[in-house]
Design a protein around this ligand. Structure first.
Ligand code: ST9
Ligand code: ZN
Ligand code: ZN
Length: 339
């Protein structure tokens, strides 16, 4: 391991350009160190072709939604976007990647089904990539390292082989909690069967058989457009919310508070807060439901007892952090009331 790693004032590791800046000198000094494999970007043409098709089909689907689809088809597509979104936000993200709350098995099953219809890889892979994203944020070990630009952090990272550091550092993560969750392991084992059914086949078949939609409209609107829209909203958290917005909690990191992303991503755009306090089940300081529908969902399930042990951050801790590392954009009203 290179000894020369720099840390930010917040203690976050920065290992960017490790080959070009740090590694060569380290390798010369340390005879025992394994020579580093030089990273070369390798395009994955299968993914490039599929994503180009997906986006062209989604544009056509958006047109068909306005031009000829039945209103029920548009409503159904919207409901699937929200359900799939919750499967990612309340499920893969807050529950499984961060353990920000606990959920009884019926809720875990619902979230797993919702997650599968969003097809963002199975929960285990999603959570492993996300844990490594938080631990080694904006370094080569971050799968969607935002210092490689908007396109790479948005979608480019899915079009190339991963940097070896992602795999190397990812292998050091403790994934035993997910190994022990039968719902997660069931989804992982049967993913290639249940994912196509839930993400593409049922969303196409249901509108045709239940309300007489055409096959063309059902496929392009509900399967292609809905899926691609949900993907792009999710990817904006990795790209836009790592680039644009305020830094009220930590001005030394790039993740930012981005209200537009928060609204469409069901509450996941409060990304400066989230990178500072990743265990908070709200992924935001405040519990405003209109910009955080996922928090509303978890609160609902908490009221009926299916979600429990919701983790939050004491106001005094947030305040100390804002004063120590914030960029001054935090609205200070209310501190007194909340302490
Ligand atoms: C998608 C995911 O879109 C989106 C995630 C976004 C995350 C956002 C987070 C933001 C916060 C939450 C906001 C939510 C908002 C939601 C709003 C909703 C309205 N650790 O991957 P492979 C090892 S997916 C440890 O093939 P390659 C491991 O041994 C879209 N080890 O690497 C692995 O084998 P196995 C649909 C790791 O060959 C082996 O390497 N899906 C790790 O470099 C090979 O892994 C696609 O399009 C790690 N982290 O290929 C698929 N990673 O798994 C796209 C890997 O058996 N993916 N290893 O253990 C691929 O085709 C490939 O992964 C690749 C890289 C080509 C990108
Ligand atoms: Zn992030
Ligand atoms: Zn996170």
């Amino acid at each position: 391991m290179a000894p020369n790693i720099t840390t930010s004032p917040t203690g976050v590791l920065f290992e960017n350009d490790i080959e070009t800046v740090v590694a060569p000198s380290v390798e010369k000094k340390n005879d025992n160190a394994k020579p580093r494999e030089k990273y070369r970007r390798k395009l994955v043409w299968r993914n490039i072709i599929l994503f180009v098709y997906l986006h062209l089909a989604a544009v056509y689907g958006a047109y068909l939604m306005l031009a000829s689809a039945k209103i029920l088809t548009a409503v159904f597509a919207t409901l699937l976007y929200i359900a799939g979104g919750f499967g990612v936000t309340a499920g893969a993200h807050r529950l499984w990647a961060h353990r920000a709350y606990k959920a009884k098995w019926p809720l875990r099953v619902i979230l797993m089904i919702f997650n599968t219809l969003a097809f963002q890889n199975h929960i285990y892979e999603w959570a492993r990539d996300h844990r490594v994203h938080h631990k080694y944020s904006e370094t080569d070990a971050d799968p969607h390292n935002a210092t490689r630009g908007f396109f790479f952090s948005h979608v480019g990272w899915l079009l190339v082989r991963k940097h070896p550091d992602v795999k190397e550092k990812g292998k050091t993560l403790d994934m035993s909690d997910l190994d022990a969750d039968p719902v997660v392991m069931f989804q992982k084992k049967y993913y290639l069967i249940i994912m196509p059914i839930l993400c593409f086949i049922l969303p196409t078949v249901i509108p045709v058989y239940l309300w007489g939609e055409t096959w063309k409209n059902a496929w392009f609107v509900v399967a292609m457009f809905r899926y691609t829209f949900t993907l792009n909203i999710t990817w904006l958290v990795n790209s836009a919310a790592h680039m644009w917005g305020n830094h009220p909690y930590d001005r030394f990191i790039n993740p930012a508070e981005n209200v537009s992303v928060a609204v469409f991503a069901l509450g996941e755009g409060w990304h400066n807060y989230h990178h500072v306090f990743p265990w908070d089940y709200k992924t935001a300081e405040l519990g405003n439901y209109h910009t955080n529908m996922t928090t509303a969902l978890i609160d609902f399930f908490s009221r009926i007892g299916w979600a429990y042990d919701l983790k939050t951050v004491p106001m005094s801790m947030v305040k100390r952090r804002v004063e120590r590392t914030g960029d001054g954009s935090h609205e200070i009203w209310g501190w007194g009331d909340k302490d």
